[in-house]
Design a protein around this ligand. Structure first.
Ligand code: LMR
Length: 401
């Protein structure tokens, strides 16, 4: 039965984590997978999440099935996070929402839905570079995926001209994967005015925006700021839009798989039909989503005090990441590391996109036990006051070799 199975290499991001864990060197540094760490290099349970968890456990926490679409309060509170209170209230009737298995599950579910309702199947345009799972998810669903240039490797900036020309030449009804903020891996986001320009082309050319929203609030510490593009597309441009939300990073609920699919439809009838399809698709995929993480997230979002604590937690996380970004930059510059490093401080979000060659990335791993993605993306949260000098020094030594 399985003779025709071919061997797939392990996922590069998870393989990196496994390699790091297996490495016995005491100086090892993990700058691979995007998971938040505190200054001691330890996972961090957000204070808001901790309080919500205690509250839930002090009440009677049953382990019953959730409804197929997930926890109703969570779905509406998550949609309110993405859209903001006013837009959420105004669009409530035209939303189709479904709790999902974090961002990946949400992208997959949205892909399933689009595949079921669109004929012929449009192309899915995916920025190059992008998060490594995007191609895999949409290819596995049978979509033709087309990369488009997003990053100017020579100047280490957003390649806005190529972006615009791709939008202008794509067939109407094409689907575009958009990173709502904190583009993974480059950390280069369009400015607000560039988003406005991008959005207008979506409207004029009838393209479909599918936002991967994994870093709302985690990017800048301010959800409203990070959700600018989503809200502009939905509210100002009145576009039908998909938002695939993950609470892995911004609530530190990585393993709980807490996500939400928020689809903004044309009218309430379409929204109701769409939601019924999400329910049918979810039933055949996972039957019903996991409860614990969604209950935690819903408790945080449904309580003003806990929500305030969550905002502060996001300021703590994004602030520490920003400070590591600056420290690494300053150290690279002050020790006269070959090359220019401005791009590092011009980037935003969880990652630094260093621009090192694969050979240097390998050397850093093999000689200095510093782990990062092959494209030299580093998770800045892996840096701390104990290892940032070691990392900067090691990069300098490798570049001088
Ligand atoms: C990452 O990009 O490192 C994270 O989003 C983790 C993952 O699932 O790939």
């Amino acid at each position: 039965w399985f003779d025709r199975a071919t061997f797939y290499p392990p996922d590069p991001i998870f393989a990196l984590t496994a390699g790091f864990i297996a490495d016995p060197d005491p100086n090892k540094v993990n700058l691979g997978q995007g998971t938040y760490r505190d200054d001691e290099g330890k996972p961090w349970i957000l204070s808001s999440v901790h309080q919500a968890r205690e509250k839930l456990i002090s009440q009677k926490l049953y382990h019953e099935y959730l409804p197929i679409l997930g926890l109703a309060e969570f779905r509406s509170r998550a949609a309110e996070v993405a859209l903001g209170t006013r837009i959420y209230r105004e669009h409530k009737e035209t939303l189709a929402t479904c709790q999902s298995l974090s961002g990946t599950g949400s992208l997959h579910l949205t892909g399933l839905l689009l595949r079921a309702v669109l004929n012929p199947l449009p192309k899915v345009f995916i920025p190059e570079p992008t998060w490594s799972n995007h191609h895999q998810i949409f290819r596995a669903l049978g979509f033709e995926c087309q990369s488009f240039p997003y990053y100017d490797y020579a100047n280490k900036t957003l390649d806005f001209d190529s972006y615009i020309s791709t939008l202008e030449s794509a067939e109407p009804h094409s689907i575009f994967i958009l990173h709502a903020c904190a583009h993974n891996p480059t950390g280069c986001d369009p400015s607000k005015s560039q988003w406005e320009q991008i959005g207008q082309i979506f409207k004029d050319r009838q393209l479909f925006p599918l936002f991967d929203a994994a870093y709302l609030g985690f990017n800048s510490g301010d959800v409203d700021e990070d959700a600018f593009a989503i809200r502009y597309f939905v509210d100002d441009l009145e576009l039908e839009t998909a938002v695939c939300m993950s609470f892995a990073k911004n609530m530190g609920l990585y393993g709980e798989r807490v996500g939400c699919t928020v689809l903004v439809a044309k009218n309430s009838l379409t929204a109701r039909n769409t939601e019924s399809m999400l329910e049918m698709l979810q039933r055949s995929e996972v039957s019903n989503p996991p409860g614990f993480g969604a209950k935690i997230a819903s408790t945080v979002l449904g309580d003003e005090q806990l929500k305030g604590a969550w905002y502060e937690d996001m300021v703590t996380m994004s602030g520490r990441i920003r400070s590591m970004r600056t420290q690494l930059h300053d150290l690279l510059v002050s020790q006269a590391t070959p090359g220019s490093w401005n791009h590092l401080v011009n980037q935003t979000g969880m990652f630094g996109f260093l621009g090192l060659s694969p050979k240097v990335v390998e050397q850093l791993r093999d000689q200095y036990y510093i782990y990062m993605s092959a494209n030299s993306r580093i998770s800045l949260a892996g840096l701390n006051s104990h290892n940032v000098e070691y990392v900067a020094r090691s990069i300098k030594t490798c570049l001088e070799d």
